[in-house]
Structure formats: structure tokens, C-alpha cells
Design a protein around this ligand. Structure first.
Ligand SMILES: NC(=O)c1ccc[n+]([C@@H]2O[C@H](COP(=O)([O-])OP(=O)(O)OC[C@H]3O[C@@H](n4cnc5c(N)ncnc54)[C@H](OP(=O)(O)O)[C@@H]3O)[C@@H](O)[C@H]2O)c1
Length: 329
């Protein structure tokens, strides 16, 4: 099979494409003919050796795929060959075949295309888990989403609206803000040119709110520092990632005075620690998708041979929503 290979830690340009032996399917595993693979910021970190999980070199990157089941291992009960599925992987998705654990594979509706499905699980899974399980977002609460036109950010705007929140989207540039507004954001802030802290205070005040009640922050660094000073009494800030490049420190004095919570959230770790939560979450998300509440946005579809270019687009903030590698129609 053709696969993208990472042989040394580095930038996207170090990746090569080669022929590899097709992987085998062990007990409890499912082999998928990959039609499309979702590209994530985490792939950049993993290829650079900077992700929280560091595979042994050489490895095939790629954390999520959609395709058809090619074979099932011993003991697999929920899935059968030729079924259309999406799946999450430790890595190995940027290849013509990928092997996943049964608990990480979810059927997709007949009318969801493979490119949409490939970009679905991590972005929507993260948005859902962070807002529902971790922050306990309630209808009517004021939710801030940063990086709101990115993969997880845009999904968090939609999931926030589906859960009944008033959503403020922070992003850079008019096009990104327009996209977040089209997906339901009630207020938008261009934090590249506007003062984030000042605008958040203004919006909260106009709505008669004491501040931001929940924040979903995949950007971190200065953006986190600014938003954290606008948190309402009892507010919850979910730390999703550090796309801005700096891991922030959390001021405990603000936590104390505001009775606030800073919550860490890593969706991938639920696959190991609470995998029973995943299937019901995807069932609800797919239900929302069927009702038109979620409208997955794929800004770029590129062939496997352009994986490095795909990763560079994310790194340079050129992509919106999801970026997907397409291998087969
Ligand atoms: N905790 C979890 O379970 C989980 C799951 C998935 C992803 N993540 C993390 O969430 C973050 C976003 O992931 P993603 O896949 O959604 O990535 P993405 O699509 O590239 O989105 C990242 C967004 O961050 C913003 N950003 C701000 N500063 C940036 C910079 N210096 N470089 C690049 N982007 C910058 C960009 O929006 P603007 O240009 O509008 O600022 C961009 O849209 C990453 O840190 C990732 O590791 C965490």
C-alpha cells in the first residue's frame, strides 16, 4: 500500500511517500480501506516529535480516517466487511489501509461523504467532550471559542449552538469570522486587530453577563491570558491546545477570586480511559448532523502526495474547518 512515512523528527517537508506492506488485522481490530484522511494540528506536532505521544520511528502519521471495512479481526462484533465507517487511530491514517481498534470505529450515515466523515471524529468529538462532559455547558451560557474557524474551533461553535449557548467566536481575519458567523456564532472578534479582553468585557456587559461563562481555547498563550481575565464568577475555561505556540501559566489568584475552573481536556485519552462514552457521543453528533445542526466545513481536499503541503497550510493558518486527504472517491 502507498503510505506517508515519517523517518526523522522534523517539519512536514521531511515526510516521504513509499510502498509499505499492508498491515495485518489482530484480535479486536478492524482494517479499513481508506478513502479519506483528516489532517490535524496534532499531526504537525507528532511529526516534529512534540506531541504528547511519540511513536517509534519510522511511522505513518494520520489520526483519523473514513473508508470501508476491508477485514475484521477475531472477536469484532459491531462491524462487518464493506461497512462505511470513520475511525480514530494512534497514527497510521495517511495510507491506503489503516488498522483501528473496534471501539474507535463508528459507522457513518449513507448520505455522509467520505471527506466529511474523515474530518468528523476528532473535531466534533473534541468539541462535544470538552463542552458537554468537561465544562457542562448549559443553555443560555456565554461561550467563547478561540481559533473559531479552525478544525476543533469551528466544531465548538456549532456544538455550542446545538447545546443552546450564546457563542462568541475569536479568530483572525474577516473571512474566518464570516465562516464562524455562518456556523452560528452570535458575536465575532478579530483578535489579530482588536483588543480581545476589552471586546469580551463589552459583549458580556451588553448581554447583562458578568463575563465569559465557558471558554474553549485551542490557541493558548497570550490569547488565553487575555480571555482568562474576563471569566465570570464560577466560569470554566477548557484548555484544548496551544496552537499559538506558548503553553500558558494559569494564575491561581484569578481561579480563587472568581471561583473559576481551568479544565484540561484531551479527547484522545478518553479512548483509553472512558471509551464507553464515545459511541453515545457520536450517536448524538450524527443525529445533530442529520438534523442540519452541524455543517462540517472542509476547506481543502488534497491527494496523499500533497500531505506536506496540507500540514504546511495548517501551520501557516491558511486552512479553515478541516483539511482532508482524499485517496479514493
Ligand atoms: N485537547 C484535545 O483533545 C485536542 C483535540 C484536537 C486538537 N487539539 C489542539 O487544538 C489545537 C487546534 O487544532 P486543530 O486541528 O483544530 O488545528 P487548526 O485547524 O489548525 O486550528 C488552529 C487554529 O488556531 C489558530 N492559531 C492561532 N495562532 C496560531 C499559530 N501560531 N499557528 C497556527 N494556528 C494558530 C488559527 O486560527 P486564527 O488564525 O483564527 O487564530 C487556527 O485556525 C491544536 O493545538 C491541537 O493540538 C486538542
Amino acid at each position: 500500500m502507498r503510505a506517508v512515512i515519517c523517518r526523522a523528527w522534523g517539519g512536514p517537508e521531511t515526510l516521504t511517500i513509499d510502498d509499505l506492506a499492508t498491515p495485518t488485522t489482530g484480535p479486536g481490530q478492524v482494517m479499513i480501506d481508506v478513502h479519506a484522511a483528516g489532517v490535524n494540528f496534532a499531526d504537525i506536532l507528532m511529526v516534529a516529535g512534540q506531541y504528547q505521544e511519540k511513536p517509534q520511528l519510522p511511522f505513518v502519521p494520520g489520526l483519523e480516517v473514513a473508508g470501508t471495512v476491508r477485514a475484521i479481526g477475531q472477536g469484532v462484533k459491531r462491524l462487518s466487511p464493506r461497512q462505511r465507517v470513520m475511525a480514530v487511530l494512534d497514527h497510521g491514517g495517511f495510507a491506503e489501509q489503516a488498522v483501528a481498534r473496534e471501539s474507535d470505529v463508528f459507522p457513518i450515515p449513507d448520505d455522509m461523504d467520505f471527506a466529511t466523515a474523515a474530518g468528523f471524529p476528532i473535531a466534533y468529538g473534541t468539541a462535544y467532550g470538552a463542552l458537554r462532559w468537561r465544562a457542562g455547558l448549559r443553555p443560555g451560557e456565554l461561550l467563547l471559542v478561540t481559533g473559531a474557524a479552525g478544525g476543533v474551533g469551528l466544531s465548538a461553535v456549532e456544538v455550542g449552538k446545538a447545546l443552546g449557548a450564546t457563542v462568541i467566536a475569536g479568530a483572525s481575519g474577516v473571512d474566518k469570522l464570516a465562516l464562524a458567523a455562518a456556523r452560528g456564532a452570535d458575536h465575532v472578534i478579530d483578535y489579530r486587530v482588536e483588543d480581545l479582553r476589552g471586546r469580551l468585557k463589552d459583549i458580556a456587559q451588553k448581554l447583562g453577563k458578568p463575563g465569559i461563562e465557558v471558554a474553549f481555547d485551542p490557541v493558548g498563550g497570550d490569547t488565553f491570558d487575555a480571555l482568562f481575565r474576563t471569566v465570570a464568577w464560577g466560569g470554566r475555561v477548557v484548555v484544548i491546545g496551544f496552537a499559538g505556540g506558548r503553553v500558558q501559566q494559569i494564575p491561581a489568584n484569578i481561579l480563587l477570586v472568581k471561583n473559576a475552573s481551568a479544565l484540561g481536556f484531551w479527547w484522545g485519552s478518553y479512548r483509553k480511559h472512558a471509551s464507553e462514552l464515545l459511541a453515545p457521543a457520536f450517536a448524538e453528533l450524527i443525529g445533530w448532523w442529520s438534523q442540519g445542526l452541524l455543517k462540517p466545513h472542509v476547506s481543502h481536499r488534497l491527494p496523499l502526495g500533497e500531505t506536506a503541503e496540507a500540514l504546511k497550510s495548517l501551520k501557516e493558518r491558511r486552512a479553515t474547518g478541516k483539511l482532508v486527504l482524499t485517496l479514493k472517491e
